[in-house]
Design a protein around this ligand. Structure first.
Ligand code: HEC
Length: 152
């Protein structure tokens, strides 16, 4: 009887260790596209969205022009609620809140400034600002709505 307990305990410990190793393995993402993404972010996005992705003050309310200010990209914002396809589109084509009182794209279009790969890199960099739970949610959301296919 004691031997059996020992066996069961050893088995439990071994399988727990195996699982921990599987989960804590080396990250699948290559560091360099993320570094590119951060560089692009600081160069093209930080002036409005803040160097840490903190957004503009009072970003949830329209400003004096009747436009929504640039939102944060971290956990407190809603960037993480959009799929890869939608984030790509927002950055590529630009965006404005439909309730804004002006017609201009307050979020500028970047398709003439950034290559498709650069847009993907900067969006992937934004993901590093989210909580693991937000990252999981957004990854699920993107399964049916991935980045557009391109040949670079
Ligand atoms: C000139 C200022 C400005 C620059 C530069 C800018 N943005 Fe924006 N961005 C905005 C504004 C303003 C909005 C909010 C638009 C709205 O909803 O009315 C926005 C919205 C967004 C959204 C949607 C966020 C959400 O929660 O729905 C994303 C994603 C985004 N920007 C990414 C970027 C990236 C990536 C860059 C750099 C490549 C960038 N932005 C550069 C002003 C800017």
């Amino acid at each position: 009887m004691r031997d059996r307990w020992l066996l069961v305990t050893t088995w439990l410990l071994l399988s727990a260790a195996g699982q921990a190793m599987a989960e804590g393995g080396p990250s699948s993402s290559d560091a360099s596209p993320l570094e590119d993404g951060e560089r692009i972010y600081l160069q093209y996005c930080a002036s409005c969205h803040g160097p840490q992705g903190e957004g503009m003050p009072n970003w949830e309310r329209q400003n004096a022009q009747g436009e929504l200010p640039a939102p944060p990209h971290g956990p407190e914002g809603h960037t993480w609620k959009h799929s890869d396809a939608m984030l790509y589109r927002i950055v590529s084509e630009g965006w404005r809140d439909p309730w804004n009182k002006t017609e201009r794209l307050t979020m500028p279009a970047f398709k003439d400034l950034l290559s498709p790969a650069e847009i993907r890199d900067v969006v992937n960099y934004l993901k590093t600002l989210w909580t693991p739970e937000q990252q999981r949610h957004q990854a699920e959301e993107s399964e049916g709505a991935p980045f557009p296919m391109q040949s670079e």
